[in-house]
Design a protein around this ligand. Structure first.
Ligand code: NAD
Length: 279
């Protein structure tokens, strides 16, 4: 075991991710934005991926640069193979390598089953599931090429798949989204099993209800928020920073022995709160 890395790991005056290079997809809004900023604060250089709204991405870059680390914005649609290949290869050129991938980009196109178009089905699967596959594949090629650099991290690379409580909770009216996240769970676990021998750590985060643009309907009105609260034992809606902080720790060597798991950041939503008083 490399003692200097271990010592760094336990020295909380050293930023947890010092010297690491991270790619966050969908990083100009919501959870991705908060995570990119938190990774920068923890000492990582950060590539801020976006697909639309460059000014929003540039303002995230500015905030990250304020921590004295490198950052730039990169436009790419994660569901397009050539764009993902180009994004990771530019990162290797400009930052030297990639140590952390936060596969976060995602969207919803909600409809009841009978109203759902094939186009909406494909779109959500392509961004939420195929996008994570493509980003992970390209990151892993670089992890394998570079291997473990003990001064940087105990592992050869970390992938965090942004999943959802809906990888296990069925969700009427969102069959494309729930299916994509169920797929992400198995994508994550299979990659984790396949890559652990190469010292690559793959895990997921399963957010519950986090206040972002993706779920505005669920918290915008008082009634909607009250309804939502019946599903959250901890009694508050989550904020992007709840997920961002979890991602920093999960990506760090503090959790070096955590492989193939989903960390639910959900205020207890996955605890079947409907059974608290009955069932
Ligand atoms: P958000 O809408 O604020 O952010 C989603 C980001 O993904 C945006 O930056 C968007 O532009 C980007 N994106 C969409 N399609 C893309 C594409 N093709 N290529 C690149 N980027 C693309 O929503 P959010 O809540 O921050 O969602 C982030 C992730 O968290 C998603 O995967 C979502 O499924 C997951 N999640 C969110 C919640 C929640 O309650 N907010 C709960 C569970 C899971």
């Amino acid at each position: 075991m490399n003692t200097s890395t271990r010592a760094d790991r336990k020295d909380f005056s050293v930023p947890l991710l010092r010297g690491q290079r991270a790619l966050v997809t969908g990083a100009n809004s919501g959870i991705g934005k908060a995570t990119a900023i938190a990774l920068g604060r923890a000492g990582a250089d950060v590539v801020v991926n976006y697909v639309a709204d460059r000014p929003a991405a540039e303002s995230v870059v500015k905030e990250i640069e304020g921590f004295g680390v490198r950052s730039y914005a990169h436009e790419a649609d994660v569901s397009q193979e050539d764009q993902v290949v180009g994004m990771v290869s530019r990162m290797v050129d400009e930052l030297g390598t990639i140590d952390i991938l936060i596969a976060n980009a995602g969207l919803q196109r909600d409809a009841s089953l009978t109203d759902m178009s094939l186009d909406s089905w494909h779109k959500v699967i392509e961004v939420n599931l195929t996008g994570q596959f493509l980003c992970a594949r390209e990151a892993v090629k670089e992890f394998l090429r570079r291997g473990v650099v003990p001064e940087v991290s105990r592992s050869a690379g970390k992938i965090i798949c942004m999943s959802s409580v809906h990888q296990i909770i069925p969700w009427a009216g969102h069959v494309n989204y729930a299916s994509s996240k169920g797929g992400v769970q198995m994508l994550m676990a299979t990659m984790a099993q396949e890559l652990a021998p190469q010292k690559i750590r793959v895990n997921a985060i399963g957010p519950g209800a986090i206040k972002t643009p993706i779920n505005r309907d669920a918290w915008e009105t008082q009634q909607a928020e009250a309804d939502l609260m019946t599903l959250i034992p901890y009694g508050r809606i989550g904020v992007p920073e709840d997920v961002a902080d979890a991602a920093v720790v999960l990506a760090s060597d503090l959790l070096d022995y955590v492989i193939g798991t989903t960390l639910y950041v959900d205020g207890g939503m996955t605890l079947f709160p409907g059974f608290a008083t009955g069932g």
